[in-house]
Structures are given as structure tokens and as C-alpha cells.
Design a protein around this ligand. Structure first.
Ligand code: FAD
Length: 378
């Protein structure tokens, strides 16, 4: 029997797959295209919280739990406020994003959504647990196994964390500002910090995060969270309403090498996570737009999705943090004191000019950065 045939197939409806599907749904260019979406999970739970920065009003405002104009940074010894203007920091619960994307997809007849697990891709043929499909081009968000085998040969750290959504008996959180990084409590001397998203005066996500090479036992994060809440929030009566945990690869591994003429890797699998920060929600939106533009202009979908010079900066940054993980608090404090948040956000969004990049990299004018630059180039 012939397998059903499609113009495009998207494997995985996480941030990347759904962002791309939304782009396909919103553009009349694709109105006569047949698009297959394959996902192995039901995607109806809150499996993560996405935070990101944006300028002005956007389609995500209606989904956002909260938006903030200000942030606070606690270094090892001192602290300061950060104005985020003209950007706002926003948080979306994943179930709202999934629900929103599903509504858009369901209202368009160009999509076929199938709940199935992809086992293998053989040229245009997608073999799944329950069947097989043909597609002219495939967008695949499965991370290649090769990454896990080879990641140690590259500059690779992991951003790993445990967060508690806590409700306190009495108000404690300042809902006007997020705590971007708080380095007062650390895991040994590693790059590790607490991050606080205050949704209400008595409700927040408090997350203990590490950027390093080794995972830690669950009890390690829990102890830090308990200590943070007691020492800095000065609360002993609170309930943990929900838990968020995750591990995001931060790597200069060449994910793009897994593209082929027929398959474009997307999301984490395509290197869409900015390696120096672990953020990727907005990259998924930006890169999906580029894919659509490429298709409309008859270019390969994967052409020039990411700008390579930013990969070099990230590689340098990862090399420094890998060799001197204890320098994290100093480096991030330097970045936030020497530059406006809007400049850093432009840099992280890959929108900065070469001059702005140079100013940022030179502001980290340490011998170790110069050495890392030379090692990354040669
Ligand atoms: C807990 C957590 C919090 C995060 N917070 C932020 C944040 O605040 N801001 C930010 O910018 N980034 C954040 N990230 C990083 C990044 O944005 C997310 O990891 C993002 O979800 C990555 O998108 P993705 O589409 O690549 O992967 P995913 O969202 O993981 O989606 C991959 C999808 O593919 C499906 N799939 C996998 N294998 C198969 C298969 N064989 N067949 C069919 N389907 C398959 C999976 O079920 C899944 O739905 C966070 C990550 C985590 C884990």
C-alpha cells in the first residue's frame, strides 16, 4: 500500500514544531499545501515555562502569565536594578502555547495531525510506530543520538534546574521585577544562581539553576531552594504548588550537520537554543519565519537560519565557563553593569551590529577570554 504523501512534515510539536506550524498556517502561500504533523505525546500538560523578552505588543501578550519592565541582579556581594526598556520580560506556560497552536492548526485544513512516534527517516519516507508517510521536505525536532555521543568533544555545558511554584501565606514578592540572577547561594563555586518570577505578591516560580558539566542530585537543588526561601525570602510557611525541572544543552556542537536535502533539523535538534544563554523560544519564532521566507523564495529551507558569528562568540563564552566555571557570577555581573539590557538583548537576539558585538566581547577583557578566542579560531 502506498504511504500517504505530503508537501511538508513536522516531527515534534514542541516550541519549534508549533512555531513553524503557526507560520505555515498564517501564510496564504501554504494554503494548498498538505502538511503532516507527527507528535508522540499528548502535549496537554504544563511541561515547561517559557520566558523571553520582546519589544511592543505581540501575539504572545494574550497568553502571557505576566510581563515585567524591570529586573534585579544579585551578585555575590552587591545588587542592582536593571531597566529592560524598551523590552518587556514575559512568561508563558507551555500548555497555553500548545493550546493556542492547536487551535490555529485545527482551524486550517492544510494540516493532518497524527499522534505517533517517528522511528526512522529514510530519504522522503518517515517510518513511525504505527505506519509510514512520504513528505517532500521534513522538519525534524528529534535530537540526533550523535550529539550525546560527541558532545564532550565540543564546548558543551548543560543548563539544568529545579523550580518550585510556591505560594506563601503572606505577601513577599515584588511583582514589578523579576530576579534575573541571584548568585548569593551557589553550588560549590560553580556558575549557579536562583531565578525568581513573581506572578503575584504571594506566588512565584523560584528556580535553582546551574550552567556546568555535571548534573547534581535532586536533593542538591531542593536544599538550595529551601535555603534561598528561608534566608532571602524569610519564609518558612509556604506550599509547593508545582515543580519544573529541565536540562538544556548549551553547546557549540554543529547541529546543522544533521540537515540533509530532504530534512531540516529544527529546535534544540537544529541548534536553535542560544548556547550561551539556553533561551530559544524567540529563536524558534525567528528561525521559523526564516524557513518560511526561504521556501517562498525557492531557497533551501535551512539556508542561513542562524548567523555564524554568534556561534563563535558562544563558543568562546562556553570555553571560558567550561575552564573557569567559578567566573560565571563575575562575567554576568560585568555584562549587566557595563551594558544596557537592551544592548545585551539585541546581542542575544542576533540583531546587534559588529561594533556592538566588539564592545560586548571587549568588555570581558580578561586574559582567559583572549585565550579562548584564539583557541576557538585556531
Ligand atoms: C523545563 C524547561 C524550561 C525552559 N525554559 C525556557 C525559557 O524560559 N525560555 C526559553 O527561551 N527557553 C527555555 N527552554 C529551552 C527551550 O525553549 C525548550 O527546550 C524548547 O521546548 C525547545 O523546543 P524544541 O521544539 O526543540 O523541543 P521540545 O519542546 O522538547 O519539543 C520536541 C517535541 O518532539 C517530540 N518528539 C520527540 N521525539 C519524537 C518522535 N520520535 N516522534 C514524534 N515526536 C517526537 C516531543 O514529544 C516534543 O513534543 C526551556 C526548556 C526546558 C526543558
Amino acid at each position: 500500500m502506498l504511504s500517504p504523501s505530503f508537501d511538508y512534515a513536522i516531527i515534534g510539536t514542541g516550541a519549534a514544531g508549533f512555531h513553524l506550524a503557526i507560520r505555515f498556517a498564517e501564510d496564504p502561500f501554504f494554503q494548498n499545501k498538505k502538511i503532516l504533523i507527527l507528535e508522540k505525546d499528548t502535549k496537554n500538560t504544563d511541561d515547561r515555562t517559557w520566558s523571553f523578552w520582546e519589544k511592543g505588543a505581540t501575539q504572545w501578550d494574550g497568553l502571557a502569565e505576566k510581563k515585567w519592565d524591570k529586573a534585579r541582579f544579585y551578585g555575590v556581594k552587591d545588587c542592582f536594578n536593571i531597566s529592560l526598556e524598551p523590552y518587556r520580560y514575559k512568561t508563558i506556560r507551555s500548555s497555553k502555547f500548545y493550546g493556542h497552536a492547536k487551535e490555529i492548526i485545527d482551524s486550517s485544513d492544510r494540516f493532518t495531525m497524527v499522534h505517533d512516534e517517528v522511528l526512522e527517516i529514510d530519504n522522503h519516507l518517515i517510518k513511525t510506530k504505527d505506519g509510514a508517510y512520504q513528505s517532500q521536505h521534513i522538519f525534524d525536532s528529534r535530537i540526533s543520538k550523535v550529539f550525546f555521543e560527541k558532545k564532550k568533544e565540543h564546548q558543551t555545558l548543560t543548563q539544568h534546574f529545579l523550580g518550585w511554584f510556591i505560594k506563601t501565606e503572606t505577601p513577599v514578592f515584588n511583582t514589578d521585577e523579576v530576579i534575573m540572577m541571584d548568585y548569593r547561594l551557589r553550588w560549590n563555586s560553580d556558575t549557579s544562581f536562583t531565578y525568581v518570577l513573581p506572578f503575584a505578591p504571594n506566588f512565584a516560580l523560584v528556580e535553582f539553576t546551574l550552567f556546568n558539566e555535571e548534573m547534581i542530585p535532586e536533593s542538591g537543588y531542593e536544599e538550595k531552594l529551601r535555603n534561598y526561601i528561608s534566608a532571602y525570602l524569610k519564609r518558612s510557611n509556604y506550599t509547593i504548588e508545582e515543580v519544573e525541572t529541565g536540562a538544556i544543552p548549551m553547546s557549540d556542537y554543529p547541529f546543522h550537520k544533521h540537515h540533509s536535502d530532504v530534512t531540516t533539523k529544527i529546535g534544540t535538534a537544529g541548534g536553535w537554543v542560544r548556547p550561551s544563554s539556553g533561551y530559544s523560544f524567540k529563536n524558534a519564532e525567528r528561525y521559523s519565519k526564516k524557513i518560511v521566507e526561504n521556501i517562498k523564495n525557492r531557497r533551501s529551507p535551512q539556508k542561513n537560519i542562524a548567523k555564524s558569528r554568534f556561534r563563535l562568540y558562544d563558543s568562546i563564552f562556553l570555553r571560558v565557563l567550561k575552564e573557569r566555571n567559578d567566573l560565571g557570577p563575575e562575567i554576568f555581573q560585568m555584562l549587566y553593569t557595563k551594558h544596557k539590557a537592551k544592548t545585551l538583548f539585541r546581542f542575544l537576539d542576533e540583531e546587534s551590529t559588529l561594533l556592538e558585538d566588539a564592545k560586548i566581547m571587549l568588555s570581558l577583557n580578561k586574559r582567559i577570554f583572549r585565550k579562548a578566542l584564539l583557541k576557538s579560531i585556531f
